[in-house]
Design a protein around this ligand. Structure first.
Ligand code: ADP
Ligand code: MG
Length: 700
């Protein structure tokens, strides 16, 4: 059983909590110095929880609830604690953080944005300090020295991305003193589902130098612009897979004066054409991306707002820029890259907390070996989740939502509306004439937090994209309890039930009254994309969601097989590099060796990326793509491994002869790619294949 919630579980948890509460009473009479001493000597988790609870009561005047103690125990045991919104996870995690920090090797608390890292470090700081622990936080604007100081603290609050980008920069450090991290020891992940599931497979990238595929993208665009769907390319009935038809392939060959666009040496050409079709045929302006200040900004599917510093894989991003007639942004060359999933695996100890984990228990277990423990709420949850209101068309649905908002608003009850896209939120906002409301797709985290915090006031109407404002508590204004609390309207069912639960969870905190209802139509994406695949569930969003979640998990597990081999290689290269970095070799020899490894690795990553882009052909021609990929990657890596020494020797000679300083490196920059390392396309193909052609072969 993956969910630790059984009669026995409840009973033993209760006994443990009683034990901790008895210890709290004992510690309550000790002075500050003795409490610190007791913490230093504490050998067991329960004792530590009791001590930290006492410290919290003294410094913040907050008495930890029993359910918070239970959450702390779960976290201290390396689990994912499911605790509803507003239950006080920020405080609940402090005993676990202190527990992991007792060895002095540093604990990271991962938050979803910089604002929360700053807020929580400051808010919880006095608890840690009263126990003799140091606390720091990382902000995007910090320089290397400030970062190093923050990471040297016992407890460091930071976003996963900042930790990851620092990790990548460390990997390329030419001097030991330039590295900012200590070896990873323990991590407590807030909003764990967001980081470990939604963002988990997005690669963090450190890029540098220059190299462009712009010319090809520019040339492919006018060709594809003339393409006719159904004639030159096909889009499957679910709008997910694209394929070039014979006619399309012939047109491309004529256009590029090439004999066979499928030939291996034309991979770059084929990729450019493919990216252009993808950009024109599948990505929608104002839904998947927006054009802002003459550049493409991608829209985060889960948060429904602009994803900062995020791009599509280089070629696709360039294709979009060509489609929109925008200047090309420099893509550079990937120097180092890691996914959050692989990064979290580097921590010997990890745990997480979120309001929505239970539906993903299987995924937490299979990817991270973490058990989900459902922690009961402090007070009974009395929010009423109404059944979906179903409409034949999107238009009818929108009319009904507007009508509903007008009716409810007249009573003064606050309303929070969750929309699926920036476009949808703005359209609704335009049509909501005469009703003052706030639209939340802001990029400023602090402003966003303030808007969300006010969403519970009398008469407030807040239109938000999915999950905006996670981490911020919505307190009810005066008289709102009598009006029935916060009313949450969802305008769509998401692919994942978890995202819907997250939205509903904004209402009904700490025993507050509240209500939630989803308005759906048969024209919604979820229904049109998947409902047809499973006609028996045509009217039942939850059943479709379950099916899609299962399918997505399978895809992720499958793609993981491709990724883990590269991650293993990265670790081996990194160990070798770190040994050189820490070695006592003469100043210049070490530098050249490091630079050589970096360049070879970067070139290797590029080759692997190309290989992945082409791998789907293997599927069509009847080879096992995973086997083909592994064989090739293995050979390439061996080649890389063997060329490090001779290449270093050659470069050393060159460096000595030319007198060029090898410590000089061009600018580097970091970003997230919007997509999987394989590109959405490959994933789509896998999906398509799993359904149609090669199910047995792929999953077998
Ligand atoms: P979550 O992250 O679980 O959604 P927060 O950590 O943001 O919740 O806390 C929500 C609110 O509950 C905060 O305003 C916090 O001050 C309050 N709170 C948490 N724990 C306690 C407690 N033990 N006693 C009183 N207030 C608490
Ligand atoms: Mg929180």
């Amino acid at each position: 059983m993956s969910l630790l919630r059984s009669w026995f579980g409840d009973r033993s948890a209760a006994a443990e909590i009683r034990h901790i509460n008895r210890r709290r009473v004992e510690f309550a009479n000790t002075d500050a110095a003795s409490l610190r001493e007791a913490f230093r000597k504490s050998k067991d988790l329960a004792g530590t929880v009791a001590i930290v609870a006492v410290a919290a009561a003294r410094t913040l005047s907050m008495e930890m609830f029993d359910v918070q103690l239970q959450g702390a125990l779960a976290l201290g045991r390396g689990r994912v604690a499911e605790m509803q919104t507003g239950e006080g996870k920020t405080l609940a995690c402090t005993p676990a953080v202190a527990w992991y920090a007792r060895e002095g090797s540093g604990v990271h608390v991962m938050t979803v944005n910089d604002y929360l890292a700053r807020r929580d470090a400051k808010w919880m700081g006095s608890i840690y300090e009263s126990l003799g622990l140091t606390v720091g936080c990382i902000q995007q604007t910090m320089n290397a020295a400030e970062r190093r100081r923050a990471y040297a603290c016992d407890v460091t609050y930071a976003t996963a991305n900042e930790i990851g980008f620092d990790f990548l920069r460390d990997q390329l450090a030419l001097r030991l003193e330039d590295q900012v991290h200590r070896p990873f020891h323990a991590v407590v992940i807030d909003e764990a589902d967001s980081i470990l599931i939604d963002e988990a497979r997005i690669p963090l990238v450190l890029a540098g130098g220059e190299e462009d595929e712009e010319a090809l993208a520019r040339r492919a665009d006018p060709l594809v612009r003339r393409f006719v769907r159904g004639l030159d390319f096909t889009l499957d009935e679910y709008g997910r897979n694209i394929a070039l038809t014979d006619a399309g392939a012939r047109a491309a060959e004529r256009y590029f004066h090439s004999a066979n666009i499928y030939a291996e040496e034309n991979l770059a050409l084929y990729t450019a054409v493919h990216n252009a079709i993808h950009a024109h045929g599948l990505l929608r302006r104002d839904v998947d991306y927006v054009v802002k200040d003459r550049s493409i900004e991608s829209v985060d599917q889960f948060k429904g707002r602009i994803a900062q510093d995020r791009r599509w894989p280089a070629g696709l991003h360039t294709a979009l820029e060509a489609k929109e007639g925008l200047p090309f942004r420099k893509q550079g060359r990937v120097l180092a890259s890691i996914t959050l999933q692989n990064m979290v695996a580097l921590y010997p100890q990890a745990c997480g907390m979120t309001g929505t984990a239970a539906t993903q228990a299987e995924e937490f277990r299979r990817f991270y070996g973490m058990t989900v423990e459902v922690i009961p709420t402090n007070r009974p949850m009395i929010r009423v989740d109404e059944s979906d209101a179903v409409f034949p068309t999107k238009r009818a649905k929108e009319e009904a939502v507007i009508e509903e908002i007008r009716t409810i608003h007249a009573t003064g009850e606050p309303i929070l509306v969750g929309t699926a896209s920036v476009e949808e939120s703005e359209r609704l906002s335009l049509r909501l004439t005469g009703i003052p409301h706030a639209v939340l797709n802001a990029r400023n985290e602090e402003e966003e937090a303030a808007i969300v915090a006010r969403a519970g006031e009398r008469g407030a109407v807040t239109i938000s994209t999915n999950m905006a404002g996670r981490g911020v508590d919505i307190r009810l204004g005066e008289g709102v309890v009598e009006l029935g609390g916060l009313f949450v309207i969802g305008m769509n069912r998401h692919e994942s039930r978890r995202i819907d639960h997250q939205l509903r969870g904004r209402s009904g905190r700490q025993g507050d009254p509240g209500r939630s209802r989803f308005f759906v139509s048969k024209e919604d994406d979820l229904m049109t994309q998947y409902g047809m695949e499973h006609p028996e569930h045509h009217h039942d969003a939850e059943s479709i969601q379950r099916l899609v979640e299962g399918q997505n998990l399978e895809i992720r597990l499958f793609l993981n097989k491709y990724e883990s081999v590269i991650e293993g290689q990265r670790q081996r290269i990194q160990e070798r590099r770190q040994a050189i970095l820490e070695s006592a070799q003469p100043e210049i020899e070490r530098l050249v060796a490091l630079r050589t490894i970096d360049d070879l690795w970067s070139a290797y990553l590029e080759t692997v990326t190309e290989l992945r882009a082409g791998i789907h052909w293997q599927g069509y021609t009847g080879h096992d793509p995973l086997y083909a990929y592994l064989t090739k990657v293995d050979a390439l890596y061996r080649e890389l491994d063997e060329s490090i020494e001779p290449e270093t020797a050659i470069r050393l000679e060159q460096a000595r002869a030319s007198g060029v300083d090898p410590s000089q490196r061009g600018a580097t920059w970091t970003y997230l790619t919007t997509d999987m390392p394989f590109g959405n396309y490959t994933e789509r193909v896998f999906r398509g294949l799993s359904r149609k052609v090669a199910k047995r072969q792929l999953w077998g």
